[in-house]
Design a protein around this ligand. Sequence first.
Ligand SMILES: C[S@@+](CC[C@H](N)C(=O)[O-])C[C@H]1O[C@@H](n2cnc3c(N)ncnc32)[C@H](O)[C@@H]1O
Length: 254
Amino acid sequence: MKIEEYLSSLPSSIISGEDVELSDDTLREIFRFAEMTGNDIFYHLGCGSGNSIAIASQEFGVKSAIGIDNNKEKISHGKKLLDEKKIINGSIRHQDIIDTDITDASVILFWFSDEKIIEKMILKFQSLRPGCKIITIWGPLTGCMPNKIDFPYILNITPFKKAESLRDQMLAIFDTDCIDFAVAWEYADRYSKAIGSRNFENDRFLTILQTLVIWINAKNLGIACGDEIPEPVKSYMGILKTFFNIEVEHLLDH
Ligand SMILES: C[S@@+](CC[C@H](N)C(=O)[O-])C[C@H]1O[C@@H](n2cnc3c(N)ncnc32)[C@H](O)[C@@H]1O
């Protein structure tokens, strides 16, 4: 079966990643990456159960930390957490991120892959004060050149620099002239470690799929190293096909 069919056979919550929560260690890595300090007003858009708000307040001493989520259950869990930890400079709001007021933000964590939401939020981010840091995961904001990268974490700082092409964005993220199998694997592995379940077998499967996605995108954009399909890419395509009945080769532009 083609990979698209495989993906559509999974539960929708897995595809949307709705219930994927970043681990506390990943959140700390992200806050260090963004160089968050006591002067910052931090927003986590889609904050889930609110751990980020507790960590930003207690460990990074931000001026204030605000979590926004439209899921009632997660919000009530988050509010309870902040009460238990007696956090006074943190709060959680039950709102749609599209409607929420973020005008005082200096650092925003924004991990969304829905293009419609991203499009609307970019317009909102563009009116924020200069120097506001928007952290995204895996890719920069659509059409923008990233300002700082520690893959999979990406910093987009207002006012945004326009990217000339997807190719330029990709080369900036991968910090290389061309993408070979080793680069694709390393970046896929970093992503699995950042968002993974700490379940080794699932992580390895995710890394294989992401490696192939990165390499195939690079090839289609003309930034893969060499003209041939590298042997390890062929092998992993074969493994997916033989052992998992998942076919990805058709994604290559011929
Ligand atoms: C942070 S997002 C991550 C989603 C996914 N991993 C991705 O890459 O798009 C998940 C959280 O956002 C929340 N959420 C989703 N859409 C939202 C919206 N429009 N407004 C507020 N919260 C939202 C969900 O309830 C969930 O807790």
